[in-house]
Every structure is written in structure tokens, then in C-alpha cells.
Design a protein around this ligand. Structure first.
Ligand code: 4AD
Ligand code: MG
Length: 448
């Protein structure tokens, strides 16, 4: 079916010429001598205004054209005399591809709640909001590849089915096949992170990244947690913690610039309806250096804040969402990188500091979101890594392959993970992470 995308039609330099457009009706108005359709095809936030008259072939079909119908229209593109659009399509013929009974079509013009739209995840992409969010999601994914390709990183694929726990937090979904036998000869899980495999590949290719779905069986019913989410994980040989922090900062700034350059229209839409001042906030983040604070300094500032936090702020406790938000929103008013955390609250693979108490971990916090990136310099010393594995009570035999990379030609290396949906929450101004992924999976919910 030959048709022109509405994005291209609206982007034309001048009007004129016959063309065919197809899409879904956002709204339709019919009077005896004239009719209007506001048409979208998903390609852009703007709609194409279609003007029909009794001379239009199949004009009588307008009786059955309602919000949600799909149509194909042939016509002539002319300058629009009306306000709000540059061009309109004067229809010479109309075809009704798919009807949508106005009594039954669930997506009405009135404002629906996000909760209601989640129950219609198969239709919510027809709304202006979700179409914008999913276009942003596509651009963000491409921006990620763009960043790493420009820096000569290789895109590698980590397995989704794994037999080792990366984060050591016991939050893994088990993978089972019918029958009693272990399908893989031993217990297997859905991966929580592609990091361990990415480390292996970096210790041969130099600079790599993975980008794919990861799974966490934590029972967190919050607006920032999903059971299935997408993570991008760069891993770099010959990077120390400060190099890792530099890359993380550059990465975030580059993604924001990419979005402003490639999908300004949808950002403007989100700013208008969901987050005042969004564009200015993005530009500020691009311009200024990120604040860097050691964990020790951060806990001092938290204790001195005079705030009545729910969780303790003494050295040795994990930094909770409320603390992250205080630091990035109130104390700094921008992104913050916290580094060098207590070893006992972090996974086994992070590099032990000279003090024997801290590890070379870093978290990047964003205002309104909290943790967007978690990363570290990796423990590259065989003996120290083995001791950490033992100390955390992990099965040493299961990590032999990982230890081998430290037995043969080990080098200092680092990496981090950025949650795609958290970034999208930040960019879109949406309030709940379930509304930035097409089909959210959370405790108690895996519909569609
Ligand atoms: O801090 P995390 O757990 O780090 C890792 O998994 C490391 N192995 C990454 C690495 O060094 N290669 O997760 C990284 C990021 C978090 O900062 C957050 O943005 C996101 O992944 N994330 C989640 N996003 C949505 N739902 C969840 N349940 C998430 N858990 C983590
Ligand atoms: Mg983390």
C-alpha cells in the first residue's frame, strides 16, 4: 500500500501535488457540506488535517468514521487557511480500512488515567502521550548505539539464561523445563545483568557494551522498579574508577544532546503536558560538570542535613532513595556521582580499596529519579577476588570461569549499567516506570 508518512508530509517545504495518506482517526467532524478528520499515523506528534466535501469520492462513509478508525485518503496538499496547521489535505477520495465502534472503542478523547490505560496496553500507543513516549524510547535506544559506535566500542550480546548470579542478591527468576531433570544440567536463571559476560569480552576486545533485557525477582512495587527492564552495560579494559565516572558523565550528557537533536518535538510535547521546564533542565545538565562525592562525604552531609530520614545515615548503611533524592534535588540541585562505598553493602566483583573497607563503586543520581547508573572498577587481582567470593559465601566452583580471567592476563577494568526505563522516566516526565515500557512486567502483572 503506497502512502506517504505524515511526518514527511508536514515537513514539506511547499504545498501542492497529489498524495495518499493513511492512519488512525484522532477525531472526526461531519456536517452536510464539509467534514474534517484529524489523522495520525504514529510517525510524528503532529496530525494531518483532512478536509472532505460531498465531491470527495465515498464521502458518505464519513457517517461511519469515528475516533480510532483507520482510513486511507487521497488528495491534494494545500496551505491551510485555519490556525494550528501549515497544510491540510483536500480529499479527493476516502477509504475506510477498519471501523471502530464509538460505543465500544475504549480510548476516548477525554483524559484517561494512566492506570486505566495500562489495562489497555494493546491500544494505548494510539494516544498522543504513549506514541510520544515510545518514539522517545526508540530514539534513546538509537542514541545509545550512536554514542558507543562513535567511540569504537563493540556491541556484544550477553546470554539471558545464566547459571551465575552477578549481583549476588538472590533476585533471580529460575528457568525450568518440563520434567524432573535440570535442563541445563544445573540450575539456571534469567540474568540480572550481563556484566560478568561483558567483562570477559572486554578482556579481549577492549571496550564493549551490552544492551538488552534483564530480570529481577525483587518484590518492589515502586514507580521505579520493573521485573523486566532494559539495561545498557559498557565494560572497558584499562579504565580505572575515575575514567569510568568520566565516561558515565559523558554518556548521559551525550544522550540528552542526542534526544534534543533528534526528537525535540516529542520532548516539547512532554514538557507541555507532563514536566514544566524539561528542556531547560536537560540543557543545564549538559552544560555543567556533575558533582562528585565520596560515600563518606555523602553520609556526613546526610547526617548534617537536619532531615528526618526514615533510614539511618551512619557510615555503613546503604544510601536509600530518600537520601539520593535529598542529595541530587536539595543539596546539589543536579546530577551527583557517589563513589567508594563500604565493601560490605556491595557485590563481590568490585575492587577493594587500599583501606580494606571500601570498594571502587559509583552510582550516578539524577534529580527526580535517584539512581540512574550503578557501576564500579572491577577487582582484577585473583587472590583478592577469590577472598571476596569466599567471604560472601558464594560457590567458588561456579565462578571458576570468571576467576580464570584474572589468572591469565588480568588488567584493571571498569564498567557500569544504566537502566533504559529510568532514563526514559527522566526524559519524558512520566511518573511511573510502567508507562515508559510497552508491556510492563511487575509483581502480580504480566498481561499481554
Ligand atoms: O545498580 P545495578 O543493579 O547494577 C548492575 O546490575 C551492574 N551489574 C551494572 C554494571 O556494572 N554493569 O543496576 C544498574 C541500573 C540501575 O542504576 C538502574 O538504573 C537500573 O539498572 N535498574 C532498574 N531499572 C528498573 N527496574 C529495576 N528493578 C532496576 N534495577 C536496576
Ligand atoms: Mg545499583
Amino acid at each position: 500500500m503506497k502512502r506517504e508518512k505524515i511526518k514527511d508530509i508536514l515537513g514539506r517545504q511547499v504545498a501542492g501535488g497529489g498524495l495518499t495518506a493513511a492512519g488512525w482517526v484522532r477525531s472526526a467532524r461531519l456536517s452536510p457540506n464539509v467534514a474534517f478528520i484529524d489523522l495520525t499515523d504514529g510517525s510524528t506528534a503532529g496530525g494531518l488535517q483532512i478536509v472532505l466535501s460531498p465531491e470527495t469520492k465515498n464521502f458518505e462513509l464519513m457517517e461511519r468514521v469515528h475516533t480510532g478508525c483507520s482510513v486511507l485518503v487521497e488528495g491534494e496538499l494545500v496551505d491551510s487557511p485555519g490556525k494550528g496547521q501549515k497544510y491540510e489535505l483536500q480529499a479527493t477520495s476516502l477509504a475506510l480500512l477498519g471501523e471502530a465502534d464509538p460505543e465500544q472503542y475504549p480510548i476516548q478523547k477525554k483524559k484517561h488515567t494512566m492506570e486505566f490505560l495500562r489495562t489497555k496496553a494493546h491500544l494505548r500507543v494510539r494516544t498522543n502521550t504513549f506514541a510520544a513516549v515510545f518514539r522517545l524510547r526508540s530514539h534513546l535506544s538509537q542514541g545509545i548505539h550512536h554514542f558507543f559506535r562513535n567511540r569504537g566500542f563493540f556491541y556484544v550480546h550477553a546470554p539471558l539464561i545464566t547459571t551465575s548470579d552477578c549481583e549476588g542478591a538472590g533476585q533471580m527468576f529460575q528457568v525450568k523445563a518440563p520434567g524432573e531433570q535440570e535442563f541445563f544440567g544445573k540450575p539456571a536463571w534469567l540474568t540480572v545483568s550481563g556484566q560478568l559476560e561483558a567483562e570477559l569480552l572486554a578482556l579481549g576486545l577492549g571496550e564493549v557494551y551490552t544492551f538488552g533485557p534483564t530480570f529481577r525477582a525483587e518484590n518492589s512495587n515502586t514507580p521505579r522498579h520493573l521485573s523486566e527492564f532494559w539495561m545498557v552495560e559498557p565494560e572497558m579494559a584499562f579504565y580505572e574508577l575515575s575514567d569510568n565516572m568520566d565516561l558515565a558523565e559523558e554518556f548521559i550528557k551525550s544522550l540528552l544532546s542526542y534526544m534534543l537533536n533528534n526528537d525535540l518535538e516529542d520532548l516539547e510535547f512532554m514538557q507541555r503536558w507532563y514536566r514544566k521546564g524539561l528542556l531547560e533542565q536537560l540543557e543545564k545538565i549538559i552544560e555543567r560538570p556533575f558533582e562528585r562525592l565520596s560515600y563518606t562525604e555523602a553520609t556526613k552531609q546526610l547526617s548534617a542535613s537536619g532531615k528526618n530520614f526514615e533510614f539511618p545515615t551512619e557510615w555503613g548503611n546503604d544510601i536509600q532513595t530518600e537520601h539520593e533524592r535529598y542529595l541530587s534535588e536539595e543539596k546539589v540541585g543536579g546530577p551527583v556521582i557517589i563513589h567508594d562505598y563500604p565493601a560490605k553493602i556491595k557485590p563481590f566483583y568490585m575492587r577493594l580499596g587500599d583501606d580494606g573497607q571500601t570498594v571502587g563503586a559509583m552510582d550516578v543520581l539524577l534529580p527526580g529519579i535517584g539512581e540512574i547508573i550503578g557501576g564500579s572498577q572491577r577487582e582484577e587481582r585473583y587472590d583478592v577476588l577469590l577472598a571476596r567470593i569466599r567471604k560472601q559465601g558464594l560457590d567458588e566452583a561456579a565462578y571458576q570461569w570468571f576467576l580464570d580471567t584474572r589468572r591469565f592476563g588480568t588488567v584493571p577494568h571498569s564498567g557500569f549499567g544504566l537502566g533504559l526505563e529510568r532514563m526514559l522516566l527522566f526524559l519524558s516526565g512520566m511518573a511511573n516506570i510502567r508507562d515508559v515500557i510497552p508491556f510492563p512486567r511487575t509483581p502480580g502483572n504480566a498481561e499481554f
